[in-house]
Design a protein around this ligand. Structure first.
Ligand code: BJW
Length: 225
């Protein structure tokens, strides 16, 4: 079977990385207009770097959990062909051993030059005056996709989702587009795995609820035997 899994912050919650919209989520502590828009970055780049430096440190301290590991196991299985499309900017899928990971909202561990578009491995802390390693302009930013920017790899994502026999969304509230609309592109079966019903739960053929570290390994075990 060709399987495409879309992951969101919920899959990394039990690794200690905060979600965005849950009670106690990042958007209850930070104003998303200030830290996750190009306009916010233009107003106060130091604040935005501080936000992402703290999240990068949190990511480096965290470990992949049983849900990331189960998906990596599914990728290794010879019975199925898995592509992971993640909204997450953390690297926990890769650290669990998954190789076919598409980061539609970018990566915390990568830097981007707003002047020349160069990309590189980000240092632990980034600051507004850091020179770009390629063109030296002091225009460096985290390589993440903010509101109002176009998510990465959309053509490739649309192609794999529409060709999949099974599309599964894990740990995402389905509040953010275009990720939330990918279920509409799926031609095969669709399944939601989440702590609680997402905003698009009725768009799926089936759904299971519970912590990702329990329901994802159980689902993978059913598929791989
Ligand atoms: C658990 C769990 C456990 C908890 N186990 N589960 C209408 C139509 C189309 C577009 C728009 C529209 N209205 C507005 C827009 C535009 C906008 C948008 O969607 N805004 C909404 C607020 C309405 N979208 C954009 O601007 C995007 N760009 C765009 O649309 O460009 C135009 C275009 C696109 C395509 C083609 C052509 C043109 C860009 C969106 C960028 C999002 N960026 C962020 C921040 C940057 C990265 C970062 O800092 O990390 O990405 S926002 C934030 O939300 C982050 C996430 O990736 C994203 C999604 O959040 P996610 O993962 O769903 O987390 P939560 O917290 O919302 O949900 C957690 C879930 O887990 C919950 O369901 C829990 O129950 C569950 N859970 N514990 C299992 N243990």
């Amino acid at each position: 079977m060709k399987i495409v899994v879309l992951t969101g912050a919920g899959i990394s919650a039990e690794s200690g990385l905060g979600t965005f919209r849950d009670q106690d989520g990042l958007w209850t502590k930070y104003d998303l207009e200030e830290v996750a828009t190009p306009e916010g970055f233009a107003r106060n780049p130091a604040l935005v770097h501080e936000f992402y430096n703290a999240r990068r440190a949190n990511c480096l301290e965290s470990l992949p959990n049983a849900a990331h590991e189960a998906l990596a196991k599914l990728e290794r299985s010879t019975q199925h062909e898995l592509t992971i499309v993640t909204q997450n900017v953390d690297n926990l899928h890769e650290r669990a051993g998954a190789a076919q990971v598409i980061h539609m909202h970018g990566e915390l561990m990568r830097g981007l030059c707003a002047a020349c578009d160069a990309r590189w491995d980000a240092p632990a802390t980034m600051q507004p005056d850091d020179p770009c390693p390629s063109c030296a302009a002091p225009a460096t930013r985290p390589d993440v996709v903010w509101f109002g920017e176009i998510p990465y790899h959309m053509d490739r994502i649309a192609a794999v989702v529409s060709a999949a026999d099974l599309f599964v969304a894990i740990g995402t509230s389905a509040e953010v587009y275009p990720a939330a609309g990918l279920v509409e592109l799926a031609q095969g079966e669709t399944l939601e795995l989440n702590l609680e019903p997402s905003a698009r739960t009725n768009a799926f053929d089936a759904r299971r609820f519970g912590p990702a570290t329990e329901i994802v390994p159980a689902w993978v075990a059913e598929l791989t035997g």
